[in-house]
Design a protein around this ligand. Structure first.
Ligand code: FPP
Length: 254
């Protein structure tokens, strides 16, 4: 179904959307937004210029996802490994959520978007933390697209924390090993309450997962593109969803 915040006329005028099978829209799309540095280098600009341009693409993709009727959108904004980058670049990347939310929060609110994040918040700078906490709080009653930023996120870290928590519960006698099920594990991950991604997109031609949602993407469809994230346009997004719609998901069956 189309999103109630965009009129039918608006959708009809968008050629891209009309090509989509409205009965098979992926519920959850996760994106590894890669290629900002190369985009900047190709233009003779500093790497951070690529990240800034990448932030503008986030605005556009969120709008488009909402318009298409995607229910959950997870964006890999900063990994637990990204701290290894030069200090200035890390600083810039850490400022992006704040810059983005400062500008976009009113529109996100207007479009009924619910912001959440996943990742270790303890290392985030105070301003970043304040900005995301404000956005999460102010959009908590919204019922539209869930926009989930993976921020200081790492799949292995997430799994280690989950195992520790289960271990503690067993040690305290609150849980027995026999009680551990796939559902119990899913409920103890940072994506608690979100369905697993139906579609994983990675830009920039890299064919790897880079520690992203290792448990959750067990049955996701993958779509890779050479397009660098700052160049990622509506038509690329539509193409990814179209390709998804052509796949036959078998979940190990026939
Ligand atoms: C990878 O490209 C990208 C990142 C590590 C950061 C992604 C962040 C954004 C796209 C903006 C986030 C926006 C918000 C609102 C939080 P890279 O730098 O590794 O590129 P390269 O592989 O070409 O060097």
């Amino acid at each position: 179904m189309v999103n109630r915040f965009f009129s039918h006329t608006e959708l009809k005028t968008d050629k891209g959307n009309t090509r989509l099978d409205q009965d098979n829209i992926p519920s959850h799309i996760a994106i590894i937004m890669d290629g900002n540095g190369r985009w900047a280098k190709n233009k003779g600009l500093p790497r951070v210029a690529g990240h800034y341009e990448g932030m503008k693409v986030v605005t556009n993709v969120v709008k488009k996802a909402n318009e298409i009727g995607i229910k959950f959108l997870t964006l890999y904004a900063f990994s637990t490994e990204n701290w290894k980058r030069p200090e200035k670049e890390v600083e810039f990347l850490m400022k992006l959520p704040e810059r983005f939310l400062e500008k976009e929060l009113p529109d996100l609110q207007k479009n009924n978007v619910k912001v959440r994040t996943m990742g270790d918040r303890s290392l985030l700078p105070a301003n970043t933390l304040r900005a995301i906490e404000k956005a999460v709080k102010e959009t908590s009653d919204n019922t539209g697209l869930v926009l989930n930023f993976a921020l200081n996120y790492g799949g292995r870290h997430e799994l280690v924390e989950m195992v520790k928590e289960i271990g503690e519960d067993i040690a305290e006698g609150d849980l027995r090993p026999g009680d551990i099920t796939e559902n119990l594990i899913s409920e103890r991950l940072l994506t608690q309450g979100l369905p697993d991604p139906d579609l994983l997109i990675r830009t920039s031609g890299e064919i790897r997962l880079s520690n992203f949602m290792l448990w959750q993407i067990a049955y996701s469809e993958f779509w890779f593109t050479e397009v660098l994230w700052p160049d990622f346009k509506d038509e690329n997004f539509i193409e990814a969803i179209k390709k998804y719609q052509q796949r036959k998901r078998r979940y190990g069956g026939v």
